[in-house]
Every structure is written in C-alpha cells, then in structure tokens.
Design a protein around this ligand. Structure first.
Ligand code: ASP
Ligand code: MG
Length: 484
C-alpha cells in the first residue's frame, strides 16, 4: 500500500496525547529519567504529547508545612523546610542535566522568592488561602522546569509553559473552579501552536490563575484534573495518567493477593470508585474527559509496558456484576434516635444543618421510623456535632467503621445480587446498607477490623471466574503456576 501524503509530511496523522505524571513519577532523578523515556517512547510512536506534571512527591505537603510554620511565627523552621527543598530540587536537576547552570539559576530564583514570602508571612502571622496557593504553586512550577530540562537533555523538543497562563479559574483559592471556555481558548493559543510545530509542551498540574493573574490551585490531587482539562480543551486522542500502580484493580492487592487488573471500566464506575477511596484517580478528572468522550488511561510509570486501565464512557458488557471492590476506612457512624420531633416536618433539615455548620460532609444516610443513621469521616468535631444533635434527639456515635463498596454497571436491573453479596459476608456483622441512586454501587458499613476479611470473601465470591475481556486473567494464570 502506498503511504498517503499525510503520513509522508509527518504531521496530519499524528495524534495528541496528554500525559500526566504524578508525584511518584517525578520524585527523584531515576523516576524523572523513566518519565523522560516514556515520553520519548510516545514521540517515537508518532504521538504528540502534552506533558503535565505534579510536584516531586511530598513537596506539596512540605510547602504547606513551611507555610503553616511561618504563619505561626516559626520563621527559622519555615526557612529550614524551604532550604531542604531547595537542595532536593538542585540535586535532582544536577543529576539530570549536564550543564545545569540556567536551570540552577531558575531554581534559586524561585526559592529566593519563596523565602521572601515565608519571611513576610512570619511577620504578618496570617495565612490566607490566597497566600497558601501562591506558596504551594512552587512545587509544580519547579517540577515542570526540571522535567522540561530533563526532556531537552535527551533530545526531546520540550518547551515549558506556565500552567497559570492556560488554566484560568475563578477566585476560590485552594479549590478554584476552572473556566472551561477560557481554558479552551488559551490552550488553542498557547499549546496548540507548539504541538503543531513539533514541540512537547510541559506544564505543572494543580495550579492556575484567576482572570487577574493571581495564582490559584484546583485542590489537592488536582494535577489529574489539569490533565483532563487540557485533554478536553485540545480534544486529545487520550489522556494518560501515569502513576505507580498498574491501574484500577478488582481490590487492593495488599489485602487481596489475587486481585486482578481491570482492563476497561466506565467513567461512571471509575468516578464511583474514586469517591470511595480508590486513590488512583481524582474524581473530577473524569468530567472534562467524559464531556468530550476522551478515554483516560491509568498507567504505571514503573511498569510502562503494562497496558493499565482504560476508562471509557460506555464499558463493554461484563459477565460478572462487579468491576471492583473499594473500601473506605476511618469512618464513624452517628445514630440519631427517636424523640418527639422525629420524622416531623423539617427534622432532617435540622440534622443536616448541624453537619453543615460543622463543615462535616455526610457519606451515607439511612432512616427508619425511629432513627436516622449517618456516616462521616472520623474527625475531632464529632463530640461538638453530637452535642448539637443531642438538642434534637438522643445521639450515639461510634468510630472505627469501614464502608465496603462494590461497583459495577452490570448490577443495574439484576435480581439477586444483594443476596449474593450478603451471603458472601454472612459471617460479618453489617451495620448499614445502601444502594446508590446511580444504581452502580452497593455499599455497606461494617467494623473496620472486619474490612479485610469482607473484601477477601467478596472477591472470592465474585471474581472466581473473571471475564477475560474485562480483567487481566493472564497475570493470575502466571502466578497460579504450581511450584514444581
Ligand atoms: N501536588 C499536588 C498535591 O500533592 C497536586 C497533585 O499532585 O495532583 O496535591
Ligand atoms: Mg495525585
């Protein structure tokens, strides 16, 4: 077959992929070198990558600690954290780039500016969300510079782009809302031409700026969100989320050694799992990609040949009802029990008003004629919440609970699933049950100490004969080989 003109001139058949690398994929020179090879591999395949990176692992936490110390007047402590971070970034740069002079100057400039802010903060003693965002932004501003230089060092045509010029948000510091229309326009202006000229743009995740150019952030873990926003804005062929696990698993492999990789899962299922604590993806990642029907791939930068998990809008039919079992631990259950007002008009509203006042999100609710049970993340405001609730009714609360959540689109309209689930855990005391309105998850609450056993029992019941189109059964076959 004759190659077409498009293939020959090299450009029009290439396809744009957003590659997002998390903190562990850029944590040290070895990790950054792996990341560089992965990007080089995509370029060699004829892909057009746009790279989004997190801060080096743990840097965001350390910047927040520096900010908190400074705001408490511990100027020396704050500057000590900054100085350790400066050395770490300088050492990383030096290990990756042969002539790192310019990069070192850049790193020093940034840390000089950061130190100025920390000193100011130690004088003012007030940490506003706006200053907090400015301080944490250094993590991604630094990592993206180092990764750009490391890519160039290996002959890749990488160009640094300041994420704050593209990710325009509102002014809700620490959890800013991206402005899709402006982002699309900016991505078209700032990123598209670079890609068309054969460059690989590299930008930090997580950070943005409001329309006045003041630095904002998208919330913790927000780099995935940046990846999805950029993928959506540029209508990428795919968004790759490079992390340190093989993708979404049927259960936590540390708890359940025969857990399998889920090869393909729907957006809705993945979002449900993310909410229930499967730490692989930020739930909001899902949205900008869903809107444009762009597949999201979760891949392992320590095992790049693994095909990972593909998240698509409509998952293919699966022979087993569930795709994965997630667990959320450290929960408390609050029982609000019968009193004269129970079930009168406005009662539930009053209960929720109290949770709202304490800024305490509620995970699951179940009501009966005489009681309301709610589950929340265990937190130190519980005694105060209980005191407020006891104005309305008798209140009991108990910690050390876990929520087990089974997710799968194929439970929709299937009879008898609940019976199978509770049969599998019949030896475990179940406190509360809910089937989400989404109809793709079933959750129940148990004692935290029973959680691992529950997951293993459910896994044994539902993943005995896994569908090879959906789950990586090859891996199980390999490990199941007899020893002799
Ligand atoms: N560095 C930020 C965080 O740790 C954002 C991210 O990594 O996604 O929350
Ligand atoms: Mg992350």
């Amino acid at each position: 077959m004759r190659p077409c003109a498009g293939c020959l001139n090299g450009n029009s058949h290439m396809s744009l992929v957003v590659m997002k690398f998390g903190g562990t994929s850029v944590e040290n020179p070895a990790a950054i070198s792996r990341t560089v090879s992965i990007v080089a591999g995509r370029v060699a395949m004829g892909k057009q990558p746009v790279v989004v990176v997190s801060a080096l692992a743990k840097v965001t936490d350390q910047l927040l600690r520096a900010a908190a110390s400074a705001a408490q007047g511990d100027r020396t402590g704050a500057l000590a954290i900054s100085s350790r971070l400066r050395s770490r970034h300088r050492d990383t740069a030096a290990a990756l780039v042969k002539n790192p002079g310019d990069l070192m100057n850049l790193i020093d400039q940034k840390f000089d500016a950061l130190d100025e802010i920390l000193r100011g903060l130690a004088a003012i003693l007030e940490l506003t969300p706006r200053i907090s965002d400015l301080i944490v932004s250094y993590g991604e501003r630094l990592s993206s510079r180092i990764v750009t230089a490391a890519l160039c060092e290996k002959g890749i045509n990488a160009v640094h782009v300041d994420a704050r010029d593209v990710i325009v948000t509102d002014s809700q510091f620490q959890k800013a809302i991206p402005q899709d229309a402006i982002i699309e326009k900016r991505a078209g202006e700032r990123l598209r031409p670079l890609v068309d000229q054969g460059h690989v743009p590299v930008m930090g995740g997580f950070i943005g700026s409001n329309e006045e150019g003041i630095t904002t952030t998208l919330g913790r873990g927000g780099s995935d969100f940046t990846g999805a926003l950029i993928g959506g804005a540029l209508t990428a062929e795919a968004i790759e989320i490079w992390t340190d696990v093989d993708g979404i698993m049927t259960a936590d492999p540390r708890v359940c050694p025969d857990a399998l990789r889920v090869k393909v899962i729907s957006f809705e299922e993945a979002a449900e799992l993310a909410y229930f604590g499967a730490k692989v993806l930020h739930p909001a990642t899902i949205l900008p990609a869903v809107k444009k029907n762009i597949p999201v791939l979760v891949l392992n930068s320590r095992n790049p040949s693994n095909e990972g998990t593909r998240i698509i809008s409509l998952a293919p039919h699966c022979k087993s009802p569930f795709k994965s079992i997630a667990v959320k631990k450290k929960l408390s259950i609050i029982d609000v029990v019968a009193s004269r007002m129970l079930m009168t008009h406005g009662y539930l509203k009053e209960i929720f008003t109290i949770f709202d006042k304490h800024k305490c999100p509620v995970d699951m609710v179940s009501t009966s004629e005489v009681s309301v049970s709610l589950t929340v993340d265990s937190n130190d405001r519980l005694p105060a919440i209980a005191a407020d609730l006891s104005q309305l009714a008798d209140v009991k609360y108990e910690g050390k609970k876990a929520l087990i959540c089974l997710v799968g689109e194929d439970i929709r309209g299937q009879n008898g699933i609940a019976a199978q689930v509770f049969n599998a855990v019949r030896h475990i005391n179940v406190r509360m049950i809910s089937q989400g309105a989404s109809e793709i998850n079933m959750s129940f609450m148990i004692e935290e100490d029973d959680a691992d056993e529950a997951v293993r029992s459910l896994h044994a019941a539902f993943f005995k004969d896994p569908d090879p189109d959906i789950f990586d059964v090859e891996a199980r076959k390999l490990t199941a080989q007899p020893a002799n």
